[in-house]
Design a protein around this ligand. Structure first.
Ligand SMILES: [Zn+2]
Length: 246
């Protein structure tokens, strides 16, 4: 099937095979840093390139899945493959975020109706000229240089998470290349941890401005009649999404 990714990369992908599904439980892949499973599956599904989009192709004309392909495109490819295999309807189990409720609600999502943001031309230009984006934080007045999440950047995020624990500061620090002239990783993480709330928001917005792809924020309503809280939670592309019960 022909698909066009949010970055402009386009080509043909094949349908899932059982051997692709097996990779979700592959322990040797899970041990390595970076999004190994999704990159491996994308590489297997990709049959041929029609347009390279912003990427440099390898000698065989394929995207370099373990180098510069961005998460936004990988997510899109996996979602399209899932729609091909099992249709666009997916029921996810959400847990109400209201503490005294906490009820689980099964909520049906139509994957074809999720909003897809295409990469803006200036974002692609900046990506191609070194993948560097700048923001000056309003309170501390520091210049933060960050990157779009390529495979290599995600490897760095994993390294931060491994070192500093699975928290927001690790994930944000992983995408930052330098603060002013500071490039020492432990210093970058400390800088993120110490950010004032207003600076934090500015950094988050700067990420949001350049990020693109499938909008995975799902609005749902808690199924408890007394609560019925409207809330937004993330779509999870876990094993269930691909091979779990409908
Ligand atoms: Zn609730």
């Amino acid at each position: 099937m022909f698909i066009e990714c949010p970055s402009g990369l386009s080509g043909e992908i094949r349908r899932f095979k059982v051997s692709d599904y097996d990779l979700f439980g592959d322990k040797s892949l899970a041990r390595k840093k970076g999004p190994q499973v999704s990159a491996t599956i994308c590489k297997r599904l990709w049959e041929n390139t029609v347009s390279p989009g912003p990427y440099e192709m390898d000698d065989d004309g394929n995207p370099q899945w373990f180098k510069d392909v961005m998460e936004h495109d990988r997510f899109f490819i996996l979602m399209q493959a899932r729609i091909m295999a099992r249709g666009p309807k997916y029921t996810q189990r959400f847990k109400c975020e209201f503490d005294s409720c906490g009820r689980f609600t099964m909520w049906e999502i139509d994957l074809n109706e999720l909003e897809i943001k295409k990469a803006a031309d200036d974002v692609i230009d900046a990506f191609q000229s070194g993948n560097q984006f700048e923001v000056i934080l309003p309170r501390c007045q520091e210049t933060v240089v960050f990157e779009l999440p390529t495979f290599e950047v995600q490897k760095r995020v994993d390294a931060e998470v491994q070192k500093n624990g699975k928290r927001l500061s690790s994930v944000y620090a992983g995408r930052i290349k330098r603060i002013g002239e500071q490039t020492i990783r432990s210093q970058i993480w400390r800088f993120v941890r110490d950010l004032d709330a207003e600076d934090w928001e500015a950094l988050d917005e700067a990420f949001d401005d350049v990020d693109f792809g499938v909008n995975t924020a799902i609005e749902y309503v808690c199924g408890d009649d007394d609560c019925a809280l409207e809330q937004t939670q993330e779509l999870i592309l876990g094993r269930d999404f691909f091979i779990g019960g409908r």
